[in-house]
Design a binder for this molecule. Sequence first.
Ligand SMILES: NC(=O)c1ccc[n+]([C@@H]2O[C@H](COP(=O)([O-])OP(=O)(O)OC[C@H]3O[C@@H](n4cnc5c(N)ncnc54)[C@H](O)[C@@H]3O)[C@@H](O)[C@H]2O)c1
Length: 435
Amino acid sequence: MRVAVFGLGYVGAVTAACLAAEGHDVIGVDTDAYKVQCITEGRSPIVERDLEDHIRRTREAGRLTATTYAEEAVAQTDIALLCVGTPGHHNGEPNLRFVERVCCQIGVALAGRDEPYTVVVRSTVLPGTCERLVIPTLEGASGKQHGEGFHVCVNPEFLREGTAVYDFYHPPLTVIGSQSAEAARRVAQLYAGIPTECVQTDLRTAEMVKYASNAFHALKITFANEIGAWCKQEGVDSHVVMRLLTMDTKLNLSAAYLTPGFAFGGSCLPKDLRALVSRARQHDLTLPMLESILVSNGLQIERTAELIAQLGKKRVGIVGLAFKAGTDDLRESAVVTLCAYLVGKGLTLRIYDPNVSLTAIYGSNRAYIEREIPHIRELMCSSLQQLIDESEVVVLTNDSVCVSPHVFGDDQIVVDLARILSAEAVRGRYIGLYW
Ligand SMILES: NC(=O)c1ccc[n+]([C@@H]2O[C@H](COP(=O)([O-])OP(=O)(O)OC[C@H]3O[C@@H](n4cnc5c(N)ncnc54)[C@H](O)[C@@H]3O)[C@@H](O)[C@H]2O)c1
C-alpha cells in the first residue's frame, strides 16, 4: 500500500519504518526538518531499539522516504496515518493544534484529487474528536464529504517506548474505528503480515479504548505500589505477594470484575477494604487510591438513587435485593443501601428477590436488614408479577430472576443496573446504568 505517516516522533518513526519493512511504500512527513533529514540519511530521529536498523534497511530498499511537504505526500499515497503529538494544556485538556493543522494540510491536498483517500488517526484523542474536529476540518479544507471523497478511521497505538518495534510486530490487538467497513478493511490490510486480531468498532469507541487502557495501566501500577508500600510496613515481601496475586488468572488477571454496572457490596469487599485502610493509618501510611475505592463505590449508589428519583415517579420496584445473584446474603448489599436512599427520598418501594425469604434469614444477615430497612417486611413482594403490577419504575439489579422483556407495560420504565435486557427488547422505556 502507498502510505503517508504524519509526525515522525516516537509513534510515527516506528510506524513508518515498520510498515515499510512490511513491504508498504511509506512517506514520512514532519514539519521538523531535522527528523526528515534523519530518515533521509537512514538514521533514527529517536532512541529506540532496532529502529535505526529498520530505517536504514527500508531506505536502502527504496520503500521509505521523508518530506516536509504534506501535499507531496498525499499526492503519492492512498492512506495517511496521523501520528502527531497531542500534548496536554495546563488544565489537562489535550492540545489539538497539531491534529487540526495536519487535517487542514491533508484536506487542501485532497481538494483536487479524484481517487478516494483514507485518513487514520493514530494519535491519542478524546472521544468525539474525529466527529467534532477531524472530519469537519478535512471537509472544510477539501470541499469533499466524509464517506465520499475520503474516510476517517481511528487506529489507536498501543506500543511502549523502549520495546516499540517489538510491540509493532506483537500487538495485543488492533482496534479500528470507522463508519465504513470497507475503509476499516483497508486499514486492516496495513497489518496483513502481522499476527493480530483486527477488531472493527465505531470511531468513539476506538478513541475511548486508548484512554481506558492507559487509565488501567496507571491504575495497575499505582495499585501495585500502594500494596507494596503496605507490605513493606508489615514486613512482607511485596513481590511475592504480587506474584501470588497474579497467579490467580480466574479472578485477578482476567475479565472478571471488569464489566461496568452497579456498586459492589457483600460481607467481604467493603469490610476488608476498611480493615486495610485502618491498618495503613496505624502505620501513618496514606494510600489514596485504595482509600478512595469505597468513596467511589458510595458515589455509584448515590448516582443511581439520583437517576431513579429524577424520573419523577413515586412507585419503584426493585428486582434482586442480595448483593449478587444466587445468594440470600444481604450484608452490605449495595442494593439495600440504594433502597434506604430511595425510601429517604420519599419513594414507595416494592422488592422482590426469590433467594431472600425474611423468615429464613437469621443472625447478622437478619440484624443488618432490619437495621437498614426497618419496615422491609411490608415492602417484599411474593412474585415478580406482583412487583411489576405495583410499580411505575422497575429496577433490575442482578440476574437472580429471569425477566422477560415483554412483561412490562408501555408506560413502565425499566432501569437496568446489570445489562440484563436491552433497549430494543423492552416494551416500556429502558434506561441502562452505564450503556
Ligand atoms: N509515545 C508513545 O509511546 C505513544 C504511544 C501510544 C500513543 N501515543 C500517542 O501518539 C501521538 C504521538 O506521540 P509521540 O510520542 O510520537 O509524539 P512526538 O511529539 O514524539 O511526535 C510528534 C511529531 O509530530 C510532528 N508534527 C507536528 N505537527 C506536524 C504536522 N503538521 N505535520 C507533520 N508532522 C507534524 C512533530 O514535529 C513531532 O515530530 C500522541 O497523541 C501520543 O499521545 C504515544
